[in-house]
Design a protein around this ligand. Structure first.
Ligand code: HEM
Length: 441
């Protein structure tokens, strides 16, 4: 009886369990596969809602793919893709990198309007996982990649006083010395024009030596110095981690969980190697200051200025700024100038003729103190800065206040890219005939 009752009362449960076991036995692989798949699908769906809600209301822009947004569209040449989207979405639109909405400004007129009217609101920089959490952990960030803070104000002030016009005027001697050594190296390695030569290491030495002179008051006088190869290699690698497009894990947090994340491991290694040469350069300067043999330089000025009150980390941040600010930028601009001149003998001839109008054969290197007398050279240098846009997407900014543009409200905390590449290529601002490189000019 008890059994029967038990049987009756248990029957449905037992049947269900048995059925379930049979069912499970047959469909186990499908369920095992199906559960994560359903989870993933649910994640993608929920994420799509989050992604849609994150968009800036009132701004058009390409929607992109689930999870990754527009990362696929910009994998080859982000700045050019942004420029092409102008015809569809206008000069100012939004994209999404992963879930993160980014406002992209693509014309000089829009840049002037937005940055001109919102200087304070756009005075900060966004933080990215790879650069800010992995590369910059110990050695700090550069000025151009630091979020707004009192510390950033202090660092900007120190950098601005070292880089303003009167200060730069006092660097003319260094610029002259390094330029002469650059020409000497071209002449020596190229055997006076007889041997084809790769000018890149010479250009890199020139810009590295200038940065090191300005910041630590010491030179990198030859490519043979061990610091030359180490700093140029490490800084080049680090600039890739700073890239706004090259680090997928910045936008897709799931990728950070990868236990064999070689990207982060490499970033950490570069950080360690950078700490080594920064320490060596700082130690060298401290020894020269103690011995009374230091030359005037940014670090010595700040160290000896009682009122500046910058912490060790802030000093490091300024050093990194001077190193990375001057390396990539000056090197690539000069490299493109050399390549252009090699391909355009007509520009070389015109430049020599224009210079000769001011300086005779007896002054082949002109006067270092004069940089504005020869109008053609001034135009050539300015046009070079446009010809190859070094930082195509400038340095990203983040809004610290709401911004209104054409009726659209860009909320506080929005990342903003300035597409300098598109601005420099704007046919309205720079018609083809206006270029100094045009055959008729
Ligand atoms: C051809 C040479 C150069 C180019 C094209 C260039 C370009 C730029 C650009 C586009 C920015 C970002 C502007 C922004 O969005 O706020 C920037 C920032 C900066 N650059 Fe340069 N730069 C050059 C050379 C240098 C040199 C030689 C130094 C220092 C020795 C330097 C120091 C800085 C600093 C300190 C900032 C950060 C400013 C801030 O956040 O307050 N730059 N540069």
């Amino acid at each position: 009886m008890t059994r029967k009752v038990r049987h009756v009362s248990m029957a449905p449960t037992t049947l269900l369990t048995d059925d379930l076991l049979v069912l499970l036995a047959g469909k186990l692989p499908v369920i095992l596969l199906g559960a994560p798949l359903a989870g993933l699908l649910a994640y993608i769906l929920i994420n799509e809602v989050v992604r849609a809600k994150a968009r800036v209301v009132g701004l058009h822009g390409p929607r992109g793919l689930p999870l990754i947004g527009n990362l696929w569209d910009i994998r080859v040449n982000a700045a050019e893709q942004y420029r092409q989207w102008v015809s569809k979405f206008g000069a100012v639109y939004q994209i999404q990198l992963g879930n993160i909405p980014v406002v992209v400004i693509n014309s000089s007129a829009a840049a002037k309007a937005i940055f001109g009217q919102n200087t304070q609101a756009l005075s900060s920089r966004p933080e990215f996982y790879t650069f800010h959490k992995v590369v910059s952990n110990t050695a700090g960030t550069t000025i151009g990649t630091s979020p707004y803070s009192d510390s950033l104000k202090r660092r900007r002030k120190a950098a601005a006083s070292a880089l303003n016009r009167p200060s730069v005027q006092t660097y003319v001697g260094f610029l002259d010395l390094e330029s002469r050594d650059f020409i000497k190296e071209l002449y020596t390695y190229g055997h006076g024009g007889q041997t084809p030569v790769d000018p890149m290491p010479m250009i890199q030495r020139l810009s590295l030596s200038l940065s090191v002179t300005l910041n630590w008051g010491t030179r990198i006088s030859s490519q043979q110095e061990s610091l030359f190869a180490e700093i140029t290699h490490v800084e080049e690698e680090i600039s890739k981690f700073r890239s706004t497009t090259g680090n997928l894990q910045d936008y897709i947090p799931l990728l950070r969980l990868n236990p064999i994340n070689t990207h982060s491991a490499k970033a950490r290694d570069m950080r360690r190697r950078r700490d080594v040469y920064l320490t060596a350069l700082n130690k060298g300067l401290e020894e020269r200051i103690a011995a009374g043999t230091s030359s005037p330089c940014i670090q010595a000025n700040v160290l000896l200025d009682e009122e500046a009150k910058l912490s060790k980390d802030e000093l490091t941040s300024i050093s990194l700024t001077m190193l990375s600010g001057g390396l990539d930028t000056v090197t690539t601009t000069l490299a493109w100038l050399v390549a252009l001149l090699a391909n355009r003998p007509d520009i070389q001839e015109k430049a020599v003729a224009e210079i000769r109008a001011h300086y005779g054969e007896d002054q082949p290197l002109c006067d270092a103190e004069d940089d504005q007398k020869c109008a053609y050279m001034v135009a050539l240098v300015r046009e070079m800065l446009r010809y190859f846009t070094v930082l195509r997407l400038a340095l990203p900014r983040v809004s610290v206040k709401e911004i209104v543009y054409n009726g659209a409200v860009i909320p506080k905390g929005t990342v903003v890219f300035l597409n300098s590449w598109a601005c420099n290529m704007g046919a309205f601002t720079f018609p083809a005939t206006s270029s100094i490189f045009s055959q008729n000019n």
